[in-house]
Every structure is written in C-alpha cells, then in structure tokens.
Design a protein around this ligand. Structure first.
Ligand code: FES
Length: 128
C-alpha cells in the first residue's frame, strides 16, 4: 500500500506568509474595480487563475493559445523584471490589442511559479 507523502509540518507557516508555496498569491484588479486575491497552482497561467476565480474582464477567447489578446492585463511595474520576456507572438498580439502600455502582458503567457507570490495585475478592458 502506498503511504501518503508526509506533508510540510506547517510550523514555519503560522505567520501567514506563504513564500515558496505551491499556491502563490496573485492579486488582480478587475474591470469591476474589485481587488481579487487568489491562490494559483504553480504551472497554471495567470489567465487560468483569473478565469477560475471569476475575475471580471479576462475573456480569454482562445483559451490560452496566444491568439486573441482578450486576456490582456497590466503587470505592476515592480513585477515585470521577474517575468519571462515575451515571445514575438505575444508582442504581435499585444500590438493589435486596445490600450497597450509598457506594462502590458497577455495573462495566458504568464506561468505561475513560487517566485511570483504576490504578483499584481490590473485587467485591461478586453471588451468583456
Ligand atoms: S487567452 Fe487568448 S491570447 Fe491569452
């Protein structure tokens, strides 16, 4: 019989900080003016984290294929250097998006990892 893997004791987690967690926090400012703090599984995208938690304004028409730009958001400036640089395709899609800024990214191209705990994103007007 397979024994369950021992879980982290939790001893160092009591203070409420969750750095290095498998469920990093992502803070969205949605198109309804709400601040929505979610926990996103590592390996999911910021788009999935938004859609799964009912963050308004993330339409994600293409389902994450980098082909629609309706997951456009503005990443808080201090987080930009911690994201992987964008690929040409994302850049081209953003050129076609409304309201592109220097902080613009497609949320389906941001993969959540433990170092992104606390990532803050304002959802753009994606027409949804
Ligand atoms: S969901 Fe379509 S480009 Fe991100």
């Amino acid at each position: 019989m397979l024994a369950a893997a021992p879980r982290e004791s939790g001893f160092f987690r009591f203070a409420g900080h969750d750095h290095g967690s498998e469920m990093p926090r992502v803070i969205f400012h949605d198109t309804n003016g709400r601040r929505v703090e979610v926990q996103a599984p590592v390996g999911n995208t910021a788009m999935e984290a938004a859609v799964d938690n009912g963050v308004s304004g993330v339409v994600a028409e293409c389902g994450g294929a980098c082909a629609c730009a309706t997951c456009h958001g503005y990443v808080a400036e201090e987080w930009l250097p911690r994201l992987k640089p964008m690929e040409e395709m994302e850049d081209a899609m953003l050129d076609a998006a409304e309201g592109r800024r220097a902080t613009s990214r497609l949320l389906c191209q941001i993969e959540i990892n433990p170092e992104l705990d606390g990532l803050e994103i304002t959802v753009a007007d994606n027409g949804g």
